[in-house]
Ligand binder design. Structure first.
Ligand SMILES: Nc1ncnc2c1ncn2[C@@H]1O[C@H](COP(=O)(O)OP(=O)(O)O)[C@@H](O)[C@H]1O
Ligand SMILES: [Mg+2]
Length: 173
């Protein structure tokens, strides 16, 4: 699976049409930012994968592209039924904990749109370019937001009520 980072490409196009000089600089900055995001995500996978966090296996990175193992599965957001949804929720929390404790990393954009589920119900957390260190001054805010998104999804779709403070305690405890 090849992921191409293309941040802000649309806005770059519209700027280019209307302004001449800025266009060149915008172009440079689009490539630069996209490359930065790709580098950052690749470095994240290289740290998470050996730490045992369930993420795609990093294979290569060049410019704004990263290559990782392709996962056969669905986005969590597309899943409407599990025979044991609590087990899936626990497995997501377990991996958030592993990232936090084994790799000192917080995803910072976690939601049902960045979790893949295989046909055998293994979960993988994807889309890491914006990760933050567990030493970040606002780490708790980001961790809570990540968990809140996931808990809200499981409550809304599967009626599972899990306390945010309990989930946070599971991760950092
Ligand atoms: N390793 C992978 N294997 C299979 N599909 C993937 C993989 N990584 C991402 N995808 C698919 O590509 C979509 C976008 O990837 P993601 O990393 O979330 O980027 P973004 O949300 O920034 O566009 C995901 O929702 C998922 O459907
Ligand atoms: Mg995503």
């Amino acid at each position: 699976m090849i992921k191409l980072h293309r941040l802000g490409r649309i806005s770059f196009r519209s700027v280019r049409r209307t302004r001449g000089y800025v266009a060149e600089r915008r172009h440079t900055s689009w490539l630069y930012i996209s490359r930065l995001a790709a580098t950052r995500e690749y470095a994240a996978l290289q740290r998470l994968y050996p730490a045992g966090v369930s993420v795609p296996k990093p294979i290569a990175q060049n410019r704004h592209a990263i290559v990782m193992s392709a996962i056969e599965g669905n986005l969590l957001s597309d899943c409407n039924f599990f025979s044991n949804p609590s087990r899936i929720l626990n497995s997501v929390i377990e991996n958030v904990k592993k990232a936090y404790t084994e790799a000192q990393m917080i995803h910072a954009d976690l939601s049902e749109y960045n979790v893949l589920i295989t046909p055998k119900l293994k979960i993988l957390i994807i889309d890491w370019p914006q990760w933050i260190s567990s030493n970040h001054p606002n780490w708790r805010l980001y961790l809570e937001r990540d968990l809140k998104n996931i808990l809200y999804f499981f409550e809304r779709k599967f009626g599972i009520k899990e306390d945010l403070s309990r989930a946070v305690a599971k991760v950092i405890g």
